[in-house]
Design a protein around this ligand. Sequence first.
Ligand SMILES: [Zn+2]
Length: 310
Amino acid sequence: MAILRTLKGDIPTEKLGFILPHEHLFVDLRGPLAPGHGEGEPEVVGQLVKPYLDAIQAKGVTAFVDCAPLGVGRNIRAMRHVASLTPIHIVVPTGVYKEGFIPTNWLDISAEALAEHWISEITDGIEGTDSKAGFIKTALVDDGPKAIEARNLRAAAIASQATGAIIGSHTIGGRAAREEMDILEAAGQNLNRFIWIHTQTEPDTSIHIEAAKRGAWVEFDAIGANPELDGKMLDYTVNMLDVGYGAQVLLSHDAGWYEVGSPGGVPQPQGYRGYTALMDTFLPALRERGATDADIHLLTVTNPARAFGI
Ligand SMILES: [Zn+2]
């Protein structure tokens, strides 16, 4: 029986409904060397994000995957406080962000040593807490994978194979995705334990299908960011359903968040982006394009549970 590994413990996936597979509550994009990197008062963070969690709880969301690893400010104290304010089950990653965002003490260590640390975050807990990581997040720069990122991918493969946790990697475009999948497969990774995060950055839909044929999950995760892109992601999703790979598609907003370094944590200048466009506009539009209740259930309940289930 698969479980979702959340901040408050393991939850059988069969007890969950709607899951958002790629969102953010707390981010620091200023880099790990910025003064006060990753710092935020849990109470202040909680106050900012709670109304947005309440809004999706009212729309039936049962679990929420936060995708910020070390390098972009993962703050376990703030996240645990937020988890105490909502019945929504929150998942956080182990892993690390892309080149330029890797903590200096992780630059010169082996894939094996890095994997050992990541495994401990998945099996024992994060930074002395009893909250465990529920998946492994990695990232590539746009012209990656760079050598250090390939090292991270090999570490991720070791940690995934030791724990069953899935790898999700921020990957811009099909060329990078192909190289990344090659590295993971060479490290023995079955690509059904890999999510191509930001698949919508590749306009050639044949590469979405190619990734799915290799076993990977494809994730369209900018829903609600802008109407033109929503239209494209709608086309991409319909295409995947039409060609029979709907069971490997994930949908999310990549929205939020408390932004470290901004006044009150409110992202500047755009403001906080909430997590309801998928339910409010995208899924209704998908139905108009012929998606059935079963398709919607597959995309929003079954698929994220299978992807993140351990
Ligand atoms: Zn993200």
